[in-house]
Design a protein around this ligand. Structure first.
Ligand SMILES: Cc1cc2nc3c(=O)[nH]c(=O)nc-3n(C[C@H](O)[C@H](O)[C@H](O)COP(=O)(O)O)c2cc1C
Length: 174
């Protein structure tokens, strides 16, 4: 954990966070990952149904098996830890609202990792291989794969990004 970032303001974290796809080999503290997952679990959800579920993957062999399911294999391989995020269909009450809630949870996870000095990227390309992922992890098919978040100490912070201007985004104000 980077203490300089302790208690980082939420808007600072939002604006500073960039997807990180290259990681150092330096180990990641389990307690930081648990804190980020706790922050994820404090996302809002419809009827407070908390439909998110997580699998934490440190094991090199398991990471390699998951890496083979995506063209972002190099990202998964180089990340010291993967957080696999699911929607538990048994906790679901409204498919759209449940997916929205899990998205909010993933954003909390990313922002918390950033605020603790870690880098991460939300990998969605792997969703096409949900069945194979569930088989590898020996998890039941009531779980719908939402994302794999690859996390670790960033190899660099030179990633840039851009956003549409507010003029393009705000359709109406009166
Ligand atoms: C639903 C979703 C799926 C994504 N899937 C991938 C992915 O499969 N691979 C990847 O490298 N980045 C993926 N990303 C990260 C986006 O590419 C990234 O957030 C976007 O380019 C904006 O860059 P920034 O996160 O650095 O601001 C995904 C993001 C979201 C929200």
């Amino acid at each position: 954990m980077n203490d300089q970032n302790a208690g980082m303001d939420v808007t600072t974290a939002i604006f500073q966070r960039r997807s990180v796809r290259h990681f150092l080999e330096a180990p990641v503290e389990r307690k930081v990952i648990m804190e980020a997952i706790k922050a994820a679990s404090w996302a809002p959800s419809g009827l407070n149904n908390q439909p998110w579920r997580f699998a934490i993957i440190w094991d090199t062999d398991l990471k390699e098996q998951l890496a083979k399911l995506t063209r972002y294999a190099a990202v998964l391989r180089s990340a010291p830890v993967l957080v696999v995020v699911f929607l538990d269909k048994e906790s679901s009450y409204d498919s759209v609202k449940d997916v929205q809630a899990v998205g909010a949870a993933i954003q909390n996870l990313l922002l918390t990792l950033h605020s603790k000095g870690l880098g991460a990227v939300w990998i969605g390309e792997i969703l096409k291989n949900q069945e194979r992922l569930l088989a590898i992890l020996d998890l039941p098919d009531r779980l719908q794969l939402m994302a794999v978040v690859a996390a670790g100490h960033p190899a660099h912070r030179s990633q840039s990004s851009h956003r549409r201007s507010l003029e393009e985004l705000i359709l109406l104000e009166r």
